[in-house]
Design a protein around this ligand. Structure first.
Ligand code: PMP
Length: 401
């Protein structure tokens, strides 16, 4: 018998498992609103034109080889990624106080940051919002940090529990790490206002809490790369330290290329260079060095003014389509007279709507309408189209009446 005979079957991932179930459904009307991946009005995955163009240039450049990248990845990519999130005129960059390493998309960037903190930071507690992207708990826990939650979402208002957030962070042990979604909070779609961010910043700095930004949706929330980086830049402008994990999965549509970056903003250039030397020791035994293709695409686009501009236009079009789906769904529910207040659908921001539907209602919609979503009632607005909005509205209406 197998030496693995006693292995117990693990449950499917709560998010990716939705797609597994969807793929097994033979209904022609089935609709997958589980995974956070952009779809066109026709329901198709999208490769941006500017990405196709960059790939063509890379293919035609016969001087390109497939040698290993350095442990920290592609130098141009790292520099340009820091500029993208912190701003071209960021004093932290000008003073060489930032170290940026290319990692395996957002997840890998979070994990490398977490492993570094677990080895070298004095306070091993990290506070994550309740709720948050399910993978956060596991990424930080497996890296060896102790994971605690701070209040974030208020089910009664389907908005921010700002008082609860301030109380919980105010009561956190000094020096604690705090995970913050830079924008387009997943799964709730609820972000603090600029004024609330400023209060959070003051509280965190006064208590010496260390911000760790997860930026998986820059440009995807509002359509503006600068606006969506506002929270991060506020924390860098005060001269303090922070970490930021960036993903190009959504905003450049590079999901499967696994391209992202971890930046650590330090007090001095000397500290930043020592931090980078330790990041290399984290990365080398994990995967040696990151893949070259996706980072080359990003660097090609970010360093060329025309291509950069083309990207911002395509990015805004994706953000605008998502925003228009919010309005369409809200209007469709209003037209049906569906009981309840659905205004949170148009108030929330980013890829997801946290509908407020409960587990039973979600199960009902899957069984009767072949509509798939995570059991917490989160739907990906990017998976909707003008054609499918009425189907979803019918299903929600039936689920709540
Ligand atoms: N953080 C958040 C909040 C996310 O929603 C995601 C993507 N679902 C990620 C990080 C990381 O995604 P990836 O590793 O594909 O970049």
């Amino acid at each position: 018998s197998s030496v693995f005979a006693n292995i117990v079957r693990a449950p499917e991932d709560p998010i990716l498992g939705v797609t597994v179930a969807y793929n097994k459904d033979s209904s022609p009307h089935k609709l997958n609103l589980g995974v956070g991946a952009y779809r066109t009005e026709e329901g198709k995955p999208l490769v941006l034109n500017v990405v196709r163009r960059a790939e063509q240039m890379l293919v035609n450049d016969s001087s390109r080889v497939k040698e290993y990248l350095p442990i920290v990845g592609l130098a141009d990519f790292n520099k340009l990624s820091a500029k993208l999130i912190f701003g071209a005129d960021s004093p932290a960059i000008q003073e060489n106080r930032v170290t940026t390493v290319q990692c395996l998309s957002g997840t890998g960037s979070l994990r490398v940051g977490a492993e570094f903190l677990a080895r070298h930071y004095h306070q091993l507690v990290i506070y994550i919002p309740n709720p948050t992207w399910g993978n956060h708990t596991k990424i930080f826990g497996l890296a060896g940090l102790s994971v605690k939650a701070y209040r974030y979402y208020d089910p009664a208002t389907r908005g921010l529990d700002f008082q609860g957030l301030l109380e919980d962070l105010g009561a956190a042990p000094s020096g604690s790490i705090v995970l913050l979604h830079a924008c387009a909070h997943n799964p709730t779609g609820v972000d603090p206002t600029i004024e609330q961010w400023e209060q959070i910043r003051q509280l965190m700095r006064s208590k010496g809490l260390l911000p760790f930004f997860d930026s998986a949706y820059q440009g995807f929330a509002s359509g503006s790369l600068d606006a969506d980086a506002g929270s991060v830049r506020m924390f860098v402008a005060d001269g303090g330290e922070c970490l930021a994990a960036q993903s190009y999965a959504k905003n450049m549509g590079l999901y499967g290329e696994r391209v992202g970056a971890l930046s650590i903003v330090c007090k001095t250039a000397d500290v930043a260079s020592r931090v980078e030397s330790q990041l290399k020791l984290v990365i080398r035994p994990m995967y040696s060095n990151p893949p070259i293709h996706g980072a080359s695409i990003v660097a090609t686009i970010l360093k060329d003014r025309d291509m950069y501009n083309e990207w911002t236009v395509e990015l805004k079009a994706m953000a605008d389509r998502i925003i228009s789906m919010r309005q369409k769904l809200f209007d469709a529910l209003s037209a049906r007279g569906t009981p309840g207040d659905w205004s949170h659908i148009i108030k929330q921001i980013g890829m997801f709507t946290f509908t407020g539907l409960n587990t039973e209602q979600v199960a009902f919609m899957t069984k009767e309408y072949h509509i798939y979503m995570t059991s917490d009632g989160r739907i990906s607005m990017a998976g909707l189209s003008s054609r499918t909005v009425p189907l979803l509205a019918d299903a929600i209406h039936a689920a709540v009446t």
